[in-house]
Write a protein that binds this ligand. Structure first.
Ligand SMILES: *Cc1c(COP(=O)(O)O)cnc(C)c1O
Length: 352
């Protein structure tokens, strides 16, 4: 088995593997409805919302698009800071939905400041909590608060794809009205499910949009433990099994993820590597490539040791590499990865 050190998909949690080995359930039967409702209740606790969480069959990007189209009508003004590949995706989704979008640009690795979004006249603000492409983490509560001080009726939508179960998240307590996530990152499950969490305020604002993307239809169906269309029920089982295991010891889990990501940065710094983000997300460690070493050589050095890593995206393509222990890794496995990291990197440098 490969060591997946990519920031999604990730190494699966044993509880997910166990759940996936069970026989197929039919989704319009009582056991499936009970499982679906259990997963929704667990996800509500994970997002920390008094609202609702909807499960969609698809990836995180589907959840981002459903969020944007469910919350905002064409022509409405939204503000979108762009500081990486995924915040740029939010901007593209908002543009495609016909919103009137103001874009704020940042160099990759930097993050927006609260004063940047303290601007009136907007219906919405879209933010990526953990910008996986650069390894940066934004101060979601401070940004949401600064925005809402100028736009009391405004709605804040957040991408929590690599912060859910990796870093503390909370919808209402953060001033966030809706959030998107997926199964294949912090949840340590296979790809295939997207989640949209909606605060009570977002539920009031929810509008029908599209057909498969129509969250008002999903809300009606999912209240009964069904989804409008055939759900990826096997994955729903995996997500429920992992949340049942992790949520009761969430604090310990988040502390482990933080320690593991710090470990990667400590090793990188020992090796003389320069970190990419100004504020570090615990989901991924991003480093500039050593002078004169192409990405392919680093990737190969890890691959020879059975590990898969990620490169840069957008303007950082060919300039950085990224390692993540967001998947299921014990403390001692992470120490093994640290040793592998040292060896692999030494392998890429010319003999001196
Ligand atoms: C992985 C990821 C997504 C979703 O990507 P999909 O490939 O559609 O699952 C969205 N936002 C962030 C920050 C991500 O890391």
């Amino acid at each position: 088995m490969d060591w997946l050190l990519t920031p999604g998909p990730v190494r699966l949690h044993p509880k997910a593997l166990e759940a996936l080995a069970r026989p197929q359930l039919h989704h319009r039967t009582e056991p499936a409805r009970a499982l679906f409702l259990r997963a929704r209740t667990l996800l509500k606790a994970a997002f920390r919302t008094e609202g609702e969480v909807l499960l969609l069959t698809g990836s995180g990007t589907l959840a981002m698009e459903a969020l944007v189209r469910g919350l905002f009508a064409p022509g409405e003004r939204v503000l979108v800071p762009v500081y990486g590949k995924f915040s740029e995706r939010f901007w593209e989704i908002a543009e495609a939905a016909g919103l009137s979008v103001d874009r704020l640009d940042y160099p990759y690795g930097r993050v927006p400041r609260p004063e940047d979004v303290a601007k009136g006249g907007y219906r919405g603000l879209l933010l990526v909590h953990s910008e996986t492409s650069t390894g940066a983490l934004v101060d979601l509560p401070a940004l949401a608060q600064a925005f809402k001080a100028e736009n009391p009726e405004g709605l804040v939508g957040a991408d929590m794809v690599t912060s859910l179960l990796v870093k503390e998240v909370a919808l209402e307590a953060f001033g966030v009205d809706a959030a998107a996530s997926g199964s294949q990152k912090g949840l340590m499950c296979p790809p295939g499910l997207g989640f949209v969490a909606l605060s009570p305020r977002a539920l009031e604002a929810l509008r029908p949009a599209g057909y498969y993307l129509d969250l008002t239809r999903e809300l009606r169906a999912q209240g009964e433990g069904e989804s409008a269309w055939t759900p990826a029920i096997n994955l729903v089982g995996a997500v429920a099994a992992v949340l049942e295991e992790v949520l009761p010891r969430l604090e310990e889990h988040l502390a482990l993820k933080a320690w593991q990501n710090d470990l990667l940065y400590r090793v990188g710094e020992e090796l003389g590597l320069r970190a990419v983000p100004e504020v570090r997300s615990p989901a991924v460690a991003a480093f500039y490539l050593p002078e004169g070493v192409p990405y392919g050589r680093v990737k190969e050095a890890f691959a020879r040791r059975g590990a898969v890593i990620a490169g840069g995206q957008g303007p950082l393509k060919g300039r950085i590499f990224r390692l993540s222990l967001m998947g299921h890794y014990t403390r001692y496995e992470a120490l093994g990865v640290a040793a592998l990291f040292r060896e692999a990197l030494a392998d890429t440098l010319p003999p001196s």
